[in-house]
Design a protein around this ligand. Structure first.
Ligand code: F3S
Length: 298
């Protein structure tokens, strides 16, 4: 069996930076909190918890906690949350990815002009989108699907400023932009999809086209991993979404000649490596069985 691992699989620069920051702070022995789970990956979150890092889901919880450092994750937060942190006097370290920060700046600046309407292409409930929305001075419109955009109508002559969630599917983004063009809305398109994301998606699509089966590794709540799964399943019906190496269904995977492995931005390298190792071990055992059969026949 041939095993191909996508080169762009796993931690992106922004996630790596955030996780390293939490690890560094926790090694200093003072209380460390993260605002929401630092990444959408259960095993990483559990490991950090075992080092004493606590997840805070509401900033008001900080009022009753021992003083420490709060880490803002790579997804970023709304402006109002920074104001709240100042009000609470909380010490914090900001691991918002610089690419996300850039979108906050664009959303703020473009929304200062009352003739502009900010359009965010992304998942409404994703923390990154909630953060971007929180930097707009006027209420933005948020679209996730082509259907939503088809049903949208705007009668004013406002200029649409189109921004994207950094991990949005590039092809889908282009389809949505095309609808805006067809509707003849005056639009400025700012493709804010992160390079790491588009490179991972493009490579995954190619790999899924070549492999007989695909393994997508990532947290079940990781939206960028879900997007990778959707890309794969279109090209390769035998696509398996797993969170940890223990989820591998070795019996099924034995049947394939070439298996591709990809992983979301919040999947640590050691998990990807473990998946590769287990697949390689399985392939080796198979080879051994085959050679034993041949020997017996001879
Ligand atoms: Fe940043 Fe791109 Fe990762 S926006 S958090 S480097 S996916």
């Amino acid at each position: 069996m041939e095993i191909k691992v996508a080169k762009n699989a796993g931690f992106c620069f922004g996630v790596k930076r955030a996780v390293e920051l939490v690890n560094k702070l926790s090694s200093e022995g003072k209380p460390v909190y993260t605002y929401g789970e630092i990444i959408h990956n259960e095993s990483v979150v559990k490991e950090l918890e075992s080092k004493g890092v606590k997840v805070v889901n509401d900033l008001d919880e900080l009022r009753n906690l021992e003083k420490g450092t709060l880490v803002i994750r790579s997804h970023g937060i709304p402006k109002a949350d920074y104001d709240k942190l100042s009000e609470l006097g909380t010490k914090y370290e900001d691991a918002t990815c610089p690419f996300v920060k850039k979108i906050h700046k664009l959303a703020r600046e473009y929304s200062e002009d009352p003739n502009n309407k900010i359009v965010i292409i992304g998942s409404k409930h994703h923390p990154e989108v909630i953060g971007i929305r929180g930097w707009c001075l006027t209420e933005p419109v948020i679209f996730e699907t082509v259907e939503e955009v088809l049903n949208y109508s705007e009668n004013s002559d406002k200029k649409h400023i189109i921004l994207a969630q950094t991990t949005f599917n590039l092809n889908k983004f282009q389809d949505i932009v095309e609808i805006f063009e067809k509707k003849r809305y005056y639009s400025i398109v700012l493709n804010t999809i992160c390079n790491a994301t588009s490179a991972r998606q493009t490579e995954t699509e190619k790999l899924a086209g070549e492999a007989d089966a695909m393994i997508v590794v990532g947290g079940k709540h990781s939206s960028n991993t879900q997007k990778l799964y959707n890309i794969c399943i279109k090209k390769c019906v035998d696509t398996y979404y797993i969170q940890t190496p223990d989820d591998l269904d070795i019996r099924k995977l034995r049947l394939f000649r070439c298996v591709g492995i990809t992983a979301g931005a919040s999947t640590p390298n050691n998990i990807i490596e473990e998946v590769r190792t287990r697949m390689a071990e399985m392939s080796f055992e198979e080879m051994l069985e085959e050679s034993l059969k041949t020997t017996r026949h001879n």
